[in-house]
Design a protein around this ligand. Structure first.
Ligand code: G3P
Ligand code: CA
Length: 331
C-alpha cells in the first residue's frame, strides 16, 4: 500500500508519472496527477507552456487543438492560426494567444481516443491546470500522505517562447521561489531538450536539471548527430557541468533486451538516468491508430521496466504509475 510504504521519499529508483497517470485520464489535468499520486507515483510531470499573460500552464504543446475542446468554442474561431515552431509549420490554437482566464473556459479532452477509449469518459470535465495549482496539489498531497511528492516540469520550446517575448525560465524560477522550492534539495527536477535553456537555468537556480536526449527528431538541426555526440563519455561529462541527470529515450538504454553503455557511462560522469516513456500502447503510430488499426498492440510494460531497472536506471517516466510502482517494488 503506497499510503503506508516505509520506503524513504524520493529514494531511487523513482517513478515519474508522465503527464500524470495519462494512460488512465486525459493528460495534464489535476485528475491525472491526483490519480498518479494515489497510485504511488513519487513524481508528477507537467510539460510547461505560457499563456498570453505569461502564466505557466501544463500542456504538451502550445497547440491545444487535440487536448482541449477549443474547436467547439465559436468565440475563439478567429484565434485559429498557422505558426512555424522549431522548424515545423502548425495550424491550430496556441496557448500564448489566450489569457489564463480564457484558457480556463476550455475543457481538457483525451489526446488519443482510439488508443485510450476509456479516457474519453472524462472529456469535457477538467480544466487546463496552472503550474501553481500543480505545486499546490503536490504540497497538499505530500502533507496528507506523509511522503514527498515531487514535480518534474519540462520547459517546452523555450527558445521559441523567448523569441516571441514569452520566456518560460523567469516565470518558472519565480514560481519555484514563491513555493520555497528553489534549492538543490527541493522536490523539483527541471527537464529540457534544449541545451542552451538548461545552461541558462543552471546560472539562475540550484534546482536539479535534467538534459533530455532522443534518438532522433528534436529541433531541425542535425539532432541525431548531436545526441550521438552528447552520449559519448566526453559528451556526458560536458552535460554534467550543468545538469544533475539525463532523460534519454528508453531505446537508448536498451537495445532489445541488451543494455547499451549509456547507464554505465552516465553514472561514470556523475549523472542520474531517467528514461521515458513506459506505456502499454503502440503510441507512435498515429497513422495506424487514427484508422483504428491495431490500436493497442503492446508489449510487456512491467517486464520492460524491470529490464531497465536491472540495467541500473535511477527512475523512469511512465503513463501507468501503478504498473511502474509494482515493477519497481518487485525489483
Ligand atoms: O520529458 C520526458 C518525455 O516526456 C519527453 O517526451 O514528448 O512526452 O514530453 P514528451
Ligand atoms: Ca515531457
Amino acid at each position: 500500500d503506497p499510503m503506508t510504504s516505509a520506503r524513504p521519499s524520493l529514494s531511487p529508483p523513482i517513478v515519474i508519472a508522465h503527464r500524470g497517470a495519462s494512460g488512465l485520464r486525459p493528460e495534464h489535468t489535476l485528475a491525472a496527477y491526483e490519480l498518479a499520486i494515489e497510485q504511488g507515483a513519487d513524481v508528477i510531470e507537467p510539460d510547461l507552456v505560457p499563456t498570453k499573460d505569461d502564466v505557466l500552464v501544463a500542456r504538451h504543446e502550445n497547440d491545444i487543438s487535440d487536448t482541449t475542446d477549443v474547436a467547439d468554442h465559436p468565440e475563439f474561431a478567429g484565434r485559429r492560426t498557422t505558426k512555424k515552431i522549431d522548424g515545423k509549420t502548425i495550424t491550430g490554437w496556441f496557448t500564448e494567444d489566450f489569457t489564463l482566464a480564457e484558457l480556463k473556459t476550455l475543457r481538457a479532452k483525451e489526446r488519443v481516443p482510439l488508443l485510450r477509449p476509456g479516457n474519453t469518459a472524462y472529456d469535457g470535465r477538467f480544466e487546463v491546470p496552472t503550474l501553481a495549482e500543480i505545486i499546490a496539489l503536490a504540497k497538499r498531497e505530500s502533507k496528507a500522505r506523509g511522503r514527498t511528492i515531487a514535480i518534474y516540469p519540462e520547459t517546452k520550446h523555450p527558445g521559441y517562447f523567448a523569441s516571441i517575448g514569452h520566456a518560460i525560465e523567469p516565470r518558472l524560477i519565480a514560481e519555484l521561489k514563491q513555493a520555497g522550492w528553489d534549492s538543490a534539495d527541493a522536490p523539483v527536477f527541471i527537464q529540457s531538450f534544449e541545451v542552451d535553456n538548461l545552461k541558462a537555468l543552471h546560472a539562475l537556480t540550484p534546482v536539479r536539471l535534467i538534459q533530455l536526449l532522443d534518438k532522433e527528431g528534436g529541433p531541425a538541426d542535425g539532432a541525431v548527430a548531436r545526441y550521438a555526440a552528447m552520449t559519448t563519455p566526453a559528451g556526458l561529462k560536458a552535460i554534467a557541468a550543468y545538469a544533475w541527470g539525463i532523460g534519454p529515450n528508453k531505446a537508448m538504454v536498451m537495445n532489445g533486451r541488451m543494455p547499451t553503455d549509456l547507464v554505465r557511462d552516465a553514472h561514470a560522469a556523475g549523472l542520474r538516468v531517467h528514461p521515458w516513456t513506459f506505456r502499454a500502447e503502440n503510441y507512435f503510430l498515429p497513422s495506424t491508430y487514427r484508422k483504428g488499426i491495431n490500436p493497442r498492440g503492446h508489449g510487456d510494460v512491467a517486464g520492460e521496466i524491470r529490464d531497465q531497472l536491472q540495467a541500473g536506471i535511477d527512475g523512469f517516466f511512465t503513463d501507468f504509475p501503478a504498473i511502474g510502482v509494482e515493477a519497481r517494488d518487485a525489483a
